[in-house]
Design a protein around this ligand. Structure first.
Ligand SMILES: Nc1ncnc2c1ncn2[C@@H]1O[C@H](COP(=O)(O)OP(=O)(O)OP(=O)(O)O)[C@@H](O)[C@H]1O
Length: 748
């Protein structure tokens, strides 16, 4: 990288200026890959047989394996058809649509379009391996539709993350020249845009697993595409296991014999897609399914590593950003961080102000799961002229996304990973821990550059560190709480220990999940689902909160409990936390504070906002939220969630209007029925001992109970930092637990 000395660039932490190539002098600190032309492709040797595709059959007559499934290349050579069968209308396209069609045809995948269709046609299950940006996620569903391979059914494309599902639906709808909700739709928790004409549906893996509850054969779908399968989320693993069963039931000729043609379902096609190297494992899981390798990336990505490991990834990311900003041509920057987004945002803002007037403006866009969807969507807005967008993202932006304008990626090499700390080790909860990323993640992150032109990825770790990274992350099923999934499986009449899974969770985790469901009365002693468990599974909520809603029916306070749970289920926090204004915020919110703790405090806010909404116009409501440091988006999102929960209540004959007026005890008790495992009792030193585990917890400083001592508490979650904090806390009488019978003793 050429060094420049003319610009006064900030010197974060008083360190030496970095513009003189401190970080990125290629000769000293960074190594570019090979000739610098590109990236890291999967180093497999794909097979091309004289222009015809390999037959991936790898089974002997008795099912024994005698040949490995061999990947095939689609590179536009060898006589493969070059995508002429585009079903889009050629007569009435607008200029923007014409540009999109041209773009579609220039994607690497387009060159092997017909051969790909033929292969998918031949096999019920296909494992598709392709590089980031080759066009898998946006094009394959369209090819299936255009070729008629999907029949009259819906094509589901599953994603591990909401933001990917919604943005892909937008993109593919635009490519089809239509609006989201018509031919192309999406379905994510608490948000769905589909209609009677929807044929391509982008959805989170959680939503399709939920659909199994009402339709255990997924009869509306003719193809299920499991995208980003290498992420191995818990729901993806459950889905892959269920798909095996469904395909057996739907595709088996013996099953079809006895059925009248009216009762017959179309066979189901399964496509497992991944950009990384796990194809063999997926293929083996599906009885050596055919592997197809889509060759090529549309644009190269040049990768740099630091010469030394970086101690402070935040500082290092900031200096790298400013080096790009001063030395490199226009193009937006995407920085991957595990946390501390807010502090990096502030540091960049402060230093950006000191840049010379003639420099481009810096526009910072944070992106993380707990932020409201509408805020996350801002990263997709066009970058204003003379501005460089700097996106600060967690691994929410790591897969499937194309963020237009992004040319540079800065990868800190860290992420937050959910891990279940078992009760035996003093935990009993999912903790988010900062950890090193895997090779798969590093490749995905680099793949976010180079989507619209040549890209650059700056890794804040050494090449050696990269080479030592694990290939891919440990499947979630081996490290996360299984309670919610187990409940859904029980409803389907299935069991975790009987399910044909790619990886089996360990016995301790399974037993712990059974215990939790039993404590929530969702299953009985014989591990059979109870009527209450069935009701709980109808709610798109964590089982604990579903239990609270059902308990509220008995206590006559469903209206209040729905108000609280809707806020707790929103994607962003209700109380804005602005570090310089913490005292002012606490003062402004005093009027909502409830002596029993945070759940009733939330209810006070919801009620006050409701009153304001009745009497004031939109601008005044906004102003009221600002003055009280409240996130209005959370309140609006909660309105939407409450509506959906009310619909579920109606289906279950729960009167959602019942209210206990000013008596708080029924509300706390209802919530405590759900949070019974999240309870703790005061100790002589003022800390609280978990009722279901050995560890001591403290009340989080953000809680309205933090300066009080009460005999027992319930809490929404535990935060694991240098000590364990309970967050979302309410005080409860110890006697409540006695009313639950011998529950606690049973646990102890
Ligand atoms: N929203 C968008 N705006 C602009 N271009 C886009 C958009 N979405 C997709 N593209 C273009 O289509 C290409 C293929 O995207 P697609 O998501 O289908 O790739 P992919 O093979 O599934 O890769 P990945 O697994 O990394 O998402 C991108 O590289 C980009 O050029």
């Amino acid at each position: 990288m050429p060094s420049t000395t003319s610009t006064q660039v900030p010197r974060p932490n008083g360190k030496a200026p970095h513009v003189n190539g401190k970080h990125f002098d290629k000769s000293k600190k960074y190594t570019s890959f090979g000739d610098g032309s590109d990236d890291e492709r999967p180093r497999k040797t794909p097979l091309v047989l004289n222009g015809s595709l390999t037959n991936g059959k790898a089974h002997g007559p008795n099912g024994q394996r005698h040949k490995k499934p061999r990947p095939s290349r689609f590179n536009g050579q060898n006589g493969l058809v070059n995508g002429q069968q585009d079903g889009s209308s050629k007569t009435s396209l607008k200029p923007s649509s014409i540009a999109l069609q041209a773009q579609r045809k220039s994607l690497p995948i387009a060159k092997g379009r017909q051969a790909l269709i033929d292969e998918i046609n031949k096999h019920d299950i296909t494992v598709l391996l392709g590089e980031t940006g080759s066009g898998k996620t946006t094009q394959i569903p369209q090819y299936l539709l255009e070729s008629g391979l999907a029949g009259t059914g819906i094509i589901a494309v599953t994603q591990p993350r909401k933001v990917a599902a919604t943005s892909l639906a937008e993109r593919v709808a635009a490519e089809r020249g239509t609006l989201v909700g018509k031919l192309v739709g999406y379905s994510v928790r608490f948000d769905e845009r589909v209609g009677p004409d929807t044929r391509i549906k982008y959805m989170t893996d959680g939503m399709i697993v939920r659909e199994l509850l009402s339709d255990r054969l997924l009869s509306n779908y003719s193809v299920v595409i499991v995208d980003e399968a290498h992420e191995r989320t818990l729901r993806t693993d459950l889905l892959m296991a269920s798909l095996k069963r469904i395909q057996r039931e739907r595709n088996s000729p013996t099953d079809l014999k006895g059925k009248s043609s009216a009762n017959r379902l179309n066979p189901l096609k399964i496509i497992i897609m991944s950009a990384t190297l796990d194809a063999e494992k997926f293929s083996t899981f599906y009885e050596n399914a055919k592997i197809i390798y889509i060759k090529g990336r549309q644009h190269p990505v040049k990768i740099f590593h630091t010469a030394q490991g970086q101690q402070d990834y935040g500082d290092s990311a900031m200096r790298t950003f400013f080096q790009i900003h001063t030395d490199r041509p226009p193009g937006d920057v995407l920085i991957f961080l595990p946390e501390d987004i807010e502090s990096l945002q502030k540091s960049i803002q402060v230093f950006a102000k000191r840049l010379p007037q003639d420099k481009m403006e810096v526009l910072i866009c944070p992106m993380y799961a707990a932020q409201a969807p509408i805020e996350n969507a801002k990263v997709f807005h066009p970058t204003p002229p003379r501005t460089r967008k700097c996106i600060l993202a967690t691994n929410i932006a790591e897969t499937s996304l194309t963020i237009p304008g992004v040319k540079y990626v800065i990868d800190t090499g860290k992420c937050k990973e959910k891990r279940y700390l078992t009760r035996d080790t003093g935990g009993g909860f999912d903790a988010l821990l900062t950890t090193d990323i895997t090779k798969s993640s590093a490749m995905q992150r680099a793949g976010r550059a180079g989507r619209e032109g040549t890209g650059f990825c700056f890794r804040l770790y050494t090449e050696e560190a990269y080479s030592k990274m694990e290939l891919s992350t440990q499947p979630e099923i081996l490290r996360c709480s299984l309670v919610s999934s187990l409940l859904q499986l029980k409803c389907l009449g299935e069991d975790l220990d009987e399910l044909e899974l790619m990886d089996k969770p360990d016995d301790i985790a399974i037993i712990s999940a059974y215990k939790s469901l039993w404590l929530l009365d969702a299953i009985n002693k014989n591990k059979e689902i109870t009527p209450l468990g069935h009701e709980m599974a109808h709610f798109p909520l964590e089982p604990a909160y579903a239990r609270a809603v059902i308990a509220s029916k008995e206590y006559g306070c469903t209206s209040e409990v729905l108000d609280i749970i809707s806020i707790l289920s929103s994607s962003s926090k209700l109380f804005l936390d602005i570090s310089e204004q913490r005292e002012a915020a606490a003062e402004a919110r005093l009027k909502f504070k409830h002596s029993s703790g945070d759940h009733l405090t939330i209810l006070n806010v919801v009620r006050a906002y409701h009153d304001i909404s009745q009497s004031e116009a939109k601008a005044a409501r906004k102003d009221w939220c600002r003055k009280h440091f409240l996130n209005e988006r959370t309140l609006l999102e909660a309105n939407n969630i409450r509506e959906q929960l009310r619909r579920v209540c109606s289906r279950l004959h729960i009167d959602y209007n019942t209210t206990c007026r000013d008596d708080e005890q029924p509300i706390i008790r209802s919530i405590a029925h759900g949070l019974v495992q999240n309870s703790a009792f005061i100790q002589p030193d003022g800390s609280y001992k978990q009722s279901m585990a050995q560890s001591l917890v403290k009340i989080h400083p953000s809680s309205s109970l933090c300066d009080k001592k009460v005999e027992a508490i319930i809490y929404d979650e535990l935060i694991y930092t240098n000590q364990i904090y309970a967050r979302g806390v309410s005080s409860i009488h110890k006697s409540f637990f006695a009313t639950l019978g011998t529950l606690i003793q049973r646990q102890a």
